[in-house]
Design a protein around this ligand. Sequence first.
Ligand code: ARG
Length: 420
Amino acid sequence: MSPADHISFPRTAGYEADPAEVHRVLLLYSGGLDTSVMLKWIQDSYGAQVVCLTVNLGQPGEDYEVIKGKAIQLGALECHVVDARREFAEEYLARAIKANALYGGGYPLFTALGRPLIAKLAVEHARSSGCDTIAHGCTGKGNDQVRIEATVATLAPELKVIAPVRSWQMGREEEIAYAREHGIPVKGGTESAPYSIDDNLWGRSSEGRWIEDLGHAPEDDVFQLITRPEDAPEEPELIELSFERGRPVALNGEPLGLVELIEATAEIGARHGVGIIDHIEDRIVGLKVRDIYEAPAAAIVLPAHQELERLVCTIHQNQFKPQLDHHWAYLVYAGLWWEPLRGDLDAYMDQVNEQVSGTIALKLYKGHARVVTRSSPNAVYDASLASFAQSGGLFSQSASPGFIELFSLQSRMAWRLRNE
Ligand code: ARG
């Protein structure tokens, strides 16, 4: 009997691995409990070698040397640590900003934007280290499995996938027992499950525990990134963001790379309690869930970008683009980053954003970020036209009654038909 015989389970999709053909696995390794148990479990259950990949997308407080050491100690052949912050910012976040990307009216998509990049890197490292299979730690109830597996199946039809958490039927207690038995260090005890956290440069999510009780208001200990608004400084702070062609390029007049700009903006926003989002969300797999997000940079950069866009675009562009923004966010949320429509939409976003240059100032105060000033060489705005004072030139007030008569024509006719 081969080691894999006792883990045979029905496979539904063509990209799911046949246990007998799993020889070397690329494991997306975070260093946490699930993926550490997985690292051992894959070696034991499949008799396979494991290569680990840990991706740095700017999640705060990680010690990558420690993660790497843990992987090697648990029997990984190698552990690759990749700093993908720049690629994440340039190729993913910059596009999200141009598309004002929010899903469900509030979620700035940080996890959804990170997954296709993580999975693309998994494909590259699986290929270069001779792996036949990619393993990840997502459950069978979330969106992340969709994003990762859709990416692998798209970019690398020759690679297979295993998702042990979906099939091994261990609960947290059993995982801890397995870890103890196999010498895997476990942080904390068995008493209470921690929040389920995911984070990167663009934000942080918490799920689980009391968050699942819709009647439970947020407990303070969930806020690890953002100062509680009631504890934020008594003095407001002004922050100035400058954009070139839709891309944020400077903070308070200082030119910064995108990673640095996002980090610095997040730090200021977090200090003022800005970016807390308590969100009910429609998952792609059908479930409705509640998430608590902390996204201080997104809560400043997105409204600033949107305001500038509104200023430089015409009424017609402003009516139209939000529909495409919405669709862009939905595709990315749904794990279809590699879908051609996303690229088509990006071409439109780029075209509109050609004009989106200028500076927006926001006032941050106890959980709020409010736009207070705008300036752009491309603003479709003329202070003398907008003024209540008499103006001539392009705008003739005496033309207005004619406009009103024609503009309201059909509405007036319909009103009469329905009311007489
Ligand atoms: N609800 C968000 C999303 O679907 C956040 C998911 C966080 N992922 C996690 N494994 N904790 O994108």
